[in-house]
Design a protein around this ligand. Structure first.
Ligand code: EPS
Length: 373
């Protein structure tokens, strides 16, 4: 079983992530993890916290001479903006965890909520997800993300082949494959910043090279799309998740919504379309896994919305603190981490999980069998 935990508050001493269940013999290094951490800090519209931090994960257990030993891998991420004691906050922000968290835990102020509910926690998720991505990388599975919409400005062009996306998206300030759309997205972010507003958008995460049969149709909690949807939905500010055609499938007749099955002795079973987004019946079907998420605009507005003071119950303006104008590009990187975790978990469920060599033998046997079908 693969699981991970994170701990840490936005302005506490540090963030910690523990990944338990990685097989022994997986080569890992901090460079691989920190490359993902750095990607999460980028993005046009990111806030000034990103200028303060250097988000680097230090491996403090579970790895000896660059290889996992089957024991939990703990990661430590310093918070350079560590604040020993902050004043109470009694003006909850609409859209954040502030009010619900204070009511749930019986707080009469929201500092104790916002410190943990902050999107700062996603730095720890990216560190944990990077370890899972490293495992998948050993088996030729490649993950990447890109932004398809910010503030209603959507891409109009995309490459014919999914594998062309990273080369186009990574250099982009908004991680978008369409340069014309990038101009519109950046202008929308500038306009939002100027009026003290924030923007959300849509990011797409892709996994290439997955074998068919990860997940299962036999029980609700084993269906892979359900597990991925839960993981992606758990990312801060995500309000919708879809696979392949997604919500458009609701308006598409069956004759145009499914992927006809073909076969070729050299390739085995394949499809010429991927409307299913790589998942059918709760299992990977051997096509690219494509999942998209809708991210709401951030809750901290420089021109605040109405709120109510938790102590006086008087109408007030919501809290205004440092924040991002737009974090959709960063959320895509977090989406990669969450997808990597669920896919690695499903991978170990199917191919065993104590040592890399055992997994390789099981994986090779299965994929050879599938190829001969
Ligand atoms: C973030 C850290 C936070 C925010 C932002 C993203 O740091 P701080 O609150 O000190 O500025 O900048 O989080 C939010 C906007 C939010 O609403 O949670 C990060 O590390 O990604």
């Amino acid at each position: 079983m693969l699981r991970y935990l994170t701990a840490g508050e936005s302005h506490g001493r540090a963030l910690v992530a523990i990944v338990e269940g990685l097989p022994a013999g997986l080569r890992v290094d901090e460079g691989w993890i920190n490359a993902q951490m750095a990607r999460r800090m980028q993005g046009y519209g990111r806030g000034n916290r990103m200028k303060l931090e250097q988000d680097r994960a230090e491996i403090i257990s579970g790895v000896i001479r660059g290889e996992t030993i089957g024991a939990p891998v703990a990661l430590w991420i310093e918070n350079r903006d560590w604040r020993r004691d902050e004043p109470d906050i009694t003006r909850p922000r609409p859209g954040h965890a502030d009010l619900a968290g204070a009511l749930k835990y019986g707080f009469d102020e929201v500092r104790h909520v916002l410190e943990r509910s902050s999107a700062r926690e996603t730095a720890a998720r990216v560190a944990a997800g990077a370890l899972c991505g490293r495992l998948l990388d050993e088996f030729g599975v490649r993950l990447f993300s890109h932004v398809t919409e910010i503030g209603g400005e959507a891409i109009r062009e995309r490459p014919a082949h999914l594998e062309e996306i990273p080369a186009l998206a990574e250099p982009s300030a908004v991680r978008c494959v369409d340069p014309e759309a990038e101009v519109r997205m950046k202008a929308a972010v500038d306009a939002a910043r100027a009026r003290g507003d924030t923007l959300g958008g849509v990011f797409e995460v892709v996994a290439l090279g997955l074998p068919p049969g990860l997940g299962s149709h036999v029980h609700w909690d084993r269906r892979l799309d359900g597990r991925i949807a839960a993981a992606v939905m758990s990312i801060h500010a995500v309000k919708g998740v879809e696979f392949g055609l997604g919500f458009a499938a609701a308006r598409t007749p069956g004759s145009s919504a499914h992927d006809e099955i073909l076969h070729d002795p050299a390739r085995g079973f394949y499809r010429d379309t991927n409307r299913a987004g790589g998942v059918e019946g709760g299992m990977t079907n051997g096509e690219p896994l494509v999942v998209r998420a809708a991210m709401k605009p951030l809750s901290t507005l420089r021109v605040p919305l109405r709120s109510v003071d938790l102590r006086t119950k008087e109408p007030v303006e919501a809290l205004v603190v440092r924040s991002d104008v737009c974090a959709v590009p960063a959320a895509g990187v977090v989406g990669e981490a969450m997808l990597a975790f669920v896919l690695a978990e499903a991978f170990l469920e199917k191919f065993g999980g104590d040592a890399m060599e055992h997994i390789r033998q099981s994986f090779n046997r299965y994929t050879e069998e599938v190829r001969r079908c």
